[in-house]
Write a protein that binds this ligand. Sequence first.
Ligand code: ZN
Ligand code: ZN
Length: 147
Amino acid sequence: MRSCVVCSGELTGNQRKYDSEECRKKQGRADWIANTYGITLEEWALIWAQQGECCAICKRKPRVKDDGTEETFHLDHEHRIKQAGPVRGILCPYCNTRLVGRLKSAERAQALADYLHQPPAVIALGRVVIAPGRPPKKRRVTRRRRA
Ligand SMILES: [Zn+2]
Ligand SMILES: [Zn+2]
């Protein structure tokens, strides 16, 4: 009996390697992860379990999309030599691109944490000044034209 290379299910008809579209996709993802990050799906799962199955920074879980599939989280890695560098962890798209992608270094992230914990304004003035913020915009009444 010929069997599916992913789940060992029996191959029928003109199926060559996979017994289902799902298995073909799973293999495609495994190949992509192996080629891009140098880890196996099993290793991906170990990292995912280690960080509590959520984004390692904001702790958010992947959203389930309208079509029932889960949002894809990114396997974050350092970019040392062009695209290559050590794998760090799994992040939501926001934390990966907007936070880690912008901060780039642990030093910058530490500086941000220091800034938030000990704002220079408070140290300089010796007190916390509450900024009133911008005055609210006047509401413009927009009338919809009737069709
Ligand atoms: Zn299969
Ligand atoms: Zn996140």
